[in-house]
Design a protein. Structure first.
Length: 338
């Protein structure tokens, strides 16, 4: 079985409130990679239900994430866009990998600790097992590269450990080097966009405050208001990177500006060093609106045509299935399923 050298897999959960962090940390990078890689972009609905989702909203949000991929510039014909639950290999491979992954490894996952919080006994088994499903998502396609935000680094390392252990455990049975060790691609100046209300917390879909995030459905007025009210300190911007240390909120806004303008943070500070936030924030709001409004507009247009989105997901699901099934069949043969 031929191993591709440039196959990308990534996904976003359809849990609503798609935000600037999801865009800069992940979706935007999906677009550039299609020039050089074969790309499989998934709407990970099976991950979403690890926390209860309203079924009607889940369906809406699934289409919305697909619309965001297309609106951002992913070519739905050349690349594969689909929702995870359409391809049974994700669930089937998860079971095999559940038997390879170790409890000790999962117990170290910080995302589970954060999401389960104090009430760990009441978290779903799925939430605990989330990283194994994520490993299966990637390995079902023997993907080599995975563009993600910085927060997913630990899960990617786990996916590599699981792939390596599978290869070792079954080395004598055709498993040697069967799974490539997927490389994380953590790209750009804003790999971890922080909350606009608290520079120590990442921008997140589930933050109760809508003011903490810029979403991909926000209007120009929403964006301007959220940036104007973003928490900052009273100092002007520094001219050197060094001056952003211990200034998480300022660092975050400079990082967002740099990522949106395709500049380095150093270059942003050369231009805006010495400025007060009263002048930097409107410049940032204008830039954010300039970059996001075409995507927001196109997403809204696509969401009017759900038949088209559903046809993209269906065709993507069939193409994804055709890639995953032979890999899954080989896994079954390697582990001895008859
Ligand atoms: N703040 C962020 N900065 C940069 N990248 C981010 N990503 C998420 N938040 C940031 C990246 O977006 C991709 C999709 O994420 P996801 O929807 O699958 O999962 P998530 O990390 O749980 O997203 P949220 O928004 O933070 O949701 P909640 O509130 O449920 O925790 C991933 O590549 C992720 O790294």
């Amino acid at each position: 079985m031929e191993q591709p050298t440039n196959r990308v897999f990534s996904g976003v959960q359809p849990t609503g409130n798609l935000h600037l962090g999801n865009y800069l940390g992940a979706i935007r990078n999906f677009v550039g990679l299609q020039e050089t890689h074969e790309c499989i972009y998934c709407v990970v609905d099976m991950h979403a239900i690890t926390v209860w989702q309203d079924p009607k909203e889940l369906a809406h949000n699934t289409r919305e994430v697909a619309a965001a991929y297309i609106a951002a510039g992913v070519d739905a014909e050349k690349q594969v866009i689909f929702n995870q639950s359409k391809v049974s290999a994700h669930g089937e491979l998860t079971w095999v990998l559940n038997c390879v992954a170790r409890m000790g490894w999962l117990n170290r996952m910080t995302q589970f600790k954060e999401k389960a919080g104090k009430n760990r006994e009441n978290a779903s088994v799925g939430l605990y097992d989330y990283p194994v499903l994520m490993a299966a998502d990637i390995l079902a396609y023997r993907a080599t590269h995975v563009p993600v935000g910085d927060d997913q680094k630990q899960h990617l390392e786990l996916a590599r450990d699981i792939a390596q252990k599978f290869n070792n455990d079954f080395a004598a049975f055709g498993g040697e080097e069967f799974f490539p060790l997927p490389e994380p691609l953590i790209m750009g100046a804003a790999t971890r966009v922080m909350s606009l209300r608290d520079g120590s917390k990442k921008m997140s879909k589930s933050d109760p405050s809508d003011m903490s995030r810029i979403t991909l459905t926000d209007s120009a007025d929403d964006i301007a208001k959220k940036i104007r009210k973003a928490r900052t300190d009273p100092e002007p911007l520094p001219s050197e990177l060094e001056g952003l240390k211990e200034r998480a909120e300022a660092d975050n806004l400079v990082g967002i500006y740099a990522a949106l303008a395709d500049m380095t943070k150093e270059a942003v500070l050369q231009e805006h060093g010495g400025s007060q936030f009263s002048s930097f924030k409107p410049a940032l709001a204008e830039l954010a609106n300039e970059k996001l409004s075409p995507i927001t507009g196109e997403m809204a247009r696509l969401m009017e045509d759900t038949a088209y989105i559903d046809s993209v997901l269906k065709s993507g699901g069939e193409r994804a299935d055709a890639i995953a099934q032979p890999i899954l069949a080989k896994v079954k043969e390697i582990v001895g399923f008859v």
